[in-house]
Design a protein around this ligand. Structure first.
Ligand SMILES: Nc1ncnc2c1ncn2[C@@H]1O[C@H](COP(=O)(O)OP(=O)(O)OP(=O)(O)O)[C@@H](O)[C@H]1O
Ligand SMILES: [Mg+2]
Length: 282
C-alpha cells in the first residue's frame, strides 16, 4: 500500500540487510526489498506467475516502462530487473511535484494501458481485490500508482514498479488512483505533511493529468465520482489491515488523525466535486 495513506519511512528494522542493499520506499514489504546489482529481490505476490507472464507480454508489445521478471524462487520471493532512476519518497521533493512530472505520469500510464489492453488478462488468476475496480474489466490496471511506485529519469516518469495490487479494471479507475497520489486529491490539511510547500492547484493539476493521459470526455465526466470510489477503496484497505491488527497501519492511522482524517478528506472531495468536473470538462 502507499505512502500517502498510512506509511512509515520504509527502512528495515535491522540496519544492514544480509541479502543486498535494502531499498527504501513502500510499506507492505518495507525492509524486505533488496537490490543486488541489476536485480531486485522482493517477496512475491500470490499472483506472481500470472503477473510475470503479463509483464513479459507488456514488453513484447513494446512497453518498456516496467521491470522484467527474472525469477521466482521456492521461498516465495521474486527477482525483477532493477530500473535505474529516482523514486520520490515522502515528504515528496519539489521535482516530483512539477507539472512536467505530473504530465509524464499521465503519459506513462496511458502507454501502460495501451500495451495492457493488447494483452489478454488471465482470468483464471486470483487477482487481488484490495484496490481493484469493483466494476472489473478486461484490462489489467496497476492500481497503486503512488510516487513510491514510479521511477523517474531527468524529471520524467519512465517506469512503474510494484504491480502487486494489479487487477482487471477500467482505465479510468487507474487514472483516479494516480490522481489521488499525484495531483494529489487530498484536502489541504492532509496534503500538507506529505506534499510540503503546499499551494498545489488541485483542479488545474487534475486537468493536467487528464490531458496528458488523453482521457475521453466520457471518462472525464466520470472521473470525480471514480476518485471518490478509489478513496473509499483505499480507506477500506486501511480498515482491513487495522482490524487484522497490523501494527504499521494501526500506528500510522493514529499518528495521521485517525478516521477523522478520512472523513475530512471524503467530505472535501464531495464539496469540490463540481469544481473538479468543471476543470476537467471546460
Ligand atoms: N524494479 C525496481 N527498480 C527500481 N527500484 C525498485 C524496483 N523495485 C523496487 N524498487 C525500490 O524499492 C522500493 C520498495 O519497493 P516496492 O514498491 O516493491 O515495496 P512495497 O513495500 O511492496 O511497496 P508498497 O507499499 O507500495 O506495496 C520502491 O519504492 C523503489 O524505490
Ligand atoms: Mg511499492
Amino acid at each position: 500500500m502507499t505512502a500517502e495513506d498510512e506509511a512509515t519511512d520504509g527502512k528495515g528494522p535491522d540496519g544492514e540487510p544480509p541479502h543486498g542493499e535494502a531499498l527504501a520506499g513502500g510499506t507492505v514489504n518495507a525492509g524486505e526489498v533488496f537490490r543486488r546489482g541489476s536485480l531486485v529481490d522482493r517477496p512475491a505476490p500470490p499472483t506472481a506467475p500470472a503477473l510475470h507472464t503479463h509483464l513479459r507480454a507488456l514488453r513484447r508489445h513494446g512497453f518498456e516502462g516496467a521491470p522484467l521478471p527474472v525469477g521466482l524462487t521456492a521461498d516465495g520471493r521474486e527477482q525483477l530487473t532493477f530500473v535505474p532512476g529516482d523514486v520520490a519518497l515522502p515528504p515528496f521533493p519539489p521535482w516530483a511535484l512539477t507539472e512536467t512530472a505530473l504530465a509524464s505520469v499521465g503519459r506513462l500510464l496511458r502507454r501502460l494501458h495501451e500495451a495492457s489492453a493488447a494483452v489478454a488478462v488471465d482470468l483464471r488468476a486470483e487477482w487481488p481485490r484490495d484496490l481493484a475496480d469493483p466494476e472489473g474489466g478486461t484490462m489489467l490496471c496497476h492500481n497503486d500508482v503512488c510516487p513510491d511506485n514510479v521511477v523517474f529519469r531527468d524529471g520524467r516518469a519512465t517506469a512503474l514498479i510494484d504491480f502487486d495490487l494489479a487487477a482487471p479494471g477500467r482505465p479510468v479507475w487507474d487514472v483516479a488512483m494516480a490522481a489521488r497520489y499525484w495531483v494529489p486529491m487530498l484536502d489541504p490539511e492532509s496534503a500538507a505533511t506529505l506534499y510540503p510547500g503546499g499551494g498545489l492547484d488541485v483542479p488545474l493539476r487534475l486537468r493536467v493529468l487528464a490531458d496528458s493521459y488523453g482521457l475521453s470526455a466520457q471518462e472525464r465526466a466520470e472521473l470525480p465520482e471514480v476518485i471518490g470510489q478509489t478513496t473509499a477503496a483505499c480507506r477500506a484497505f486501511v480498515a482491513t489491515r487495522v482490524a487484522e491488527g497490523d501494527a504499521v497501519y494501526r500506528r500510522a492511522l493514529a499518528e495521521r488523525g485517525g478516521w477523522a482524517r478520512w472523513d475530512r478528506l471524503q467530505s472535501w472531495l464531495t464539496t469540490h466535486h463540481a469544481a473538479f468536473t468543471t476543470a476537467l470538462l471546460s
